[in-house]
Design a protein around this ligand. Structure first.
Ligand code: CO
Length: 304
């Protein structure tokens, strides 16, 4: 064999080897270490034991399933009180996030996005973040409990364009229903700094309409703040709508309940015609789309 022929042959062999390596790399992008990707979404909600509350969570779950038909979707709750109640009354076991994730790791899931359904990045969200970080750390340490990819999606009002988008969704949802009256969105509210998100949402809403208000049960703006602003307008008709994923206990009692201290009763006593709505944000298709966008963001380059 001539020297030239040996050189040509060597070249071909090197090229072939490079080709094999590259094909292999392409395969392992979705198939690291020969393990096929098993993707999952863990939807996390505070939880609800009421059928109306469950309906909101189910609606979000269905939306995730239709956005990602090939991804397994599981649901976990953060309220142990609610989980115990469901276990007792409905004989149904729902896991909290850490347990649900441990089970998914055990079952061989490789890529998981934990889906937050929180409205604001408050204490509940931070707790969930700590759990997700724990699983990230376990992966870095090479334990079996980790995932190749794990991410947490952001809450509805996390910053930037979220407020504008939410204000747009809420005004378009309630513009017709309010019959030119006022609409008050009542959020949960918290002592956590993230409570400021409700005030930011209020500003975004007022940029669209003077008749849309935001109040909270446990934070700011409080009931009195909303009432003071409402009185400055000529509104007599008021729609009360929960700004929570689920229209659960707070919606049926604190907001739209018949007790003297519910928002409905207090506003009625002030002379307003009050119509409480008992639908959570999860039952609003446009809000579900916002949540799916957050989920998509969390998948990043690992999108299924
Ligand atoms: Co509460």
């Amino acid at each position: 064999m001539s020297v030239l022929r040996i050189k040509v042959l060597t070249c071909i062999l090197i090229l072939a080897a490079v080709f094999v390596v590259m094909t292999d790399m392409a395969a392992s992008a979705s198939d690291e270490g020969g393990i096929p990707a098993k993707r999952g979404v863990l939807l996390v909600a505070f939880g609800s034991s009421l059928p109306e509350g469950q309906a909101a969570i189910n609606a979000v779950e269905d939306a995730v399933r239709s956005a990602y038909p090939d991804v397994e979707v599981r649901v976990s709750f953060t309220s142990r009180i609610i989980m115990r109640k469901i276990a007792r009354e409905q004989n149904k076991i729902i896991d909290e996030p850490a347990v649900a994730l441990a089970k998914m790791a055990y079952e061989g899931f490789t890529d998981v996005v934990v889906m937050s359904t929180h409205v604001i990045p408050g204490a509940e969200y931070q707790d969930l973040e700590a759990v997700v970080d724990g699983f990230k750390l376990m992966h870095e340490h090479g334990t079996k409990a980790g995932f190749r990819y794990i991410a947490l999606s952001k809450p509805l009002l996390s910053g930037g364009p979220d407020f504008e988008r939410m204000a747009q969704v809420m005004t378009s949802t309630y513009n017709r229903e309010s019959g030119n009256g006022a609409v008050i969105f009542v959020g949960h509210g918290t002592h956590h700094f993230a409570d400021s998100a409700y005030s930011t949402l209020q500003v975004a809403l007022w940029q669209r309409s003077p008749n849309f208000f935001v109040g909270t049960i446990e934070g700011l703006p409080a009931y009195d703040d909303v009432l003071a602003q409402l009185k400055k307008t000529k509104n007599k008709n008021v729609v009360l709508a929960p700004a929570m994923l689920v229209a659960g206990d707070h919606a049926t009692n604190d907001i739209g309940g018949s007790e003297d201290d519910s928002w409905k009763s207090m506003l009625t006593a002030e002379g307003y015609n009050v119509t409480p709505k008992f639908v959570g944000l999860g039952q609003n298709e446009a809000v579900r789309n916002l949540l799916i966008d957050k989920l998509r963001e969390a998948w990043g380059d690992n999108a299924p």
